[in-house]
Design a protein around this ligand. Sequence first.
Ligand code: SF4
Length: 336
Amino acid sequence: MSKTNEADNVLLKADHIKVHFKGKSKKDGSVKAVDDVSFTIMRGETFGVVGESGCGKSTLGRTLVRLQDPTEGHIYIDECDIASLKGSELKEMRKKAQIIFQDPSACLNPRRTIKQILMEPYEIHGLDKEKDVEAEIERLVQLVGLDTYHLSRYPHELSGGQKQRVGIARALALKPELIVCDEAVSALDVSVQAQVLNLLEELKKKLNLTYFFISHNLNVVYQVSDRVGVMYLGKMVEIATYNKLYEKRYHPYTEALLSAIPQVDDSASTERIHLKGEVPSPSNPPSGCHFHTRCPKACEKCRILEPKLIEVDEGHFVACHLYDTETDIKEGDITE
Ligand code: SF4
């Protein structure tokens, strides 16, 4: 793909996003939930994000749809910087980017029928009086594999999988281009997970959707993603296509994470790498490479210098000193 075509094909560009929260007391430093993260999402792709809990992946997802404001940085959707939008412009942007949450029971109002719940996005945007809204809602429930009789039901009358289908229908109501799936199948039984994943795949093709797919389940992310981003302690440490990452992982953290995926094919099995120690607190991350306290390959440079995300192979980005021979420690970098 030429550079111009590639640029036209970018739906979202995250540019040095930081999301920092104030600590509980003055003594506590700020919590760097997302710390200087940049990447792009191409139109029609599923960009999966993996990482241990607390690595900032959900905060990042919520920031992409502006449920969370970034502390710094830009988020371009179709070249419009949504990070600085306010009021009616922000509301208009929400039509383009929606989110599906983890727990469908918690995000559907138990006092409203499914029809009333699906009417909410139209009410918020003043579209509920338009003449074909009712027909549109009927079309939506059928699109996600429910029947029109479900519209008169309340959330407690539906199974977990059916509730998540309602969550998906609600996210689709305003015809978004980008959907953030935040652990969208994690709360479901395994058999239902597969059905909902298949539904998301069908909808992606039918409606030309783009997904930012967050999951702690590496198998799920690996199954559904075109490209995968690996996060550790608020940083994106490796980004590559599914195929490239399957062939070779460069970052020691990715190597350890992916060694935990059970292999069906014995010949492809790799030895499980057990990381030592706890994930450090994002309010007091280690100096240099945040992973150096747990990395089996860490050296002096890792303790002092933060690695930059560099392209090690076409479209394969890694933040690790093992592959960056150009950056070295200078006198001023040593503070202790
Ligand atoms: Fe390990 Fe150093 Fe690479 Fe960080 S920069 S992942 S500590 S080798």
